[in-house]
Design a protein around this ligand. Structure first.
Ligand SMILES: [Zn+2]
Length: 148
């Protein structure tokens, strides 16, 4: 067994994640190899020191923030998982874009149209009274008055 393999397996050895046969091989190698035994001792000491440190408290909002992140990631994967989901996702985004674009324009447009119809409706009957042509003389046929 090579020293490189043993040194890469030390964490698994300490965590009891190796198969029993690999664990026995690492244990035998460490008993005869000073370099690997020293590395095992350093890592074991480091772990003991880390365990003796006071535990830092997680921020209160960490669980909530992680749930929000997980929810967003789940939604993103749902939306981009298949072609139909992707099409549904983009149609929703386009619908939202059109809504956001049209809503600011819809009220001014409707107000302008209503006021134009109101003004046109109130002025049209008055325009007919101004254009009474019953006694109208065609001005192109008039001659200059003579002074007799
Ligand atoms: Zn070794």
């Amino acid at each position: 067994m090579s020293c490189q393999f043993v040194q890469e397996s030390i964490s698994g050895y300490l965590d009891r994640q190796l198969a029993q046969q690999e664990r026995d091989l690492v244990g035998r190698h460490v008993s005869v190899c000073d370099e690997c035994a020293g590395r095992l001792a350093r890592i074991t000491h480091l772990r003991e020191n880390l365990r003796s440190m006071p535990q830092a408290r997680a921020p209160r909002t960490l669980a909530f923030d992680l749930q929000v992140l997980a929810s967003k990631e789940y939604l993103r994967r749902q939306q981009t998982g298949s072609i139909s989901a992707l099409a549904h996702f983009w149609s929703g985004r386009m619908r939202l874009w059109v809504d956001n674009l049209m809503r600011p324009l819809a009220l001014p447009f409707a107000g302008g149209l209503a006021s134009a119809l109101f003004i046109f409706g109130t002025l049209v009957p008055n325009l007919g009274a101004l254009h009474n042509s019953a006694n109208d003389r065609p001005t192109a046929l008039l001659t200059e008055a003579t002074g007799r």
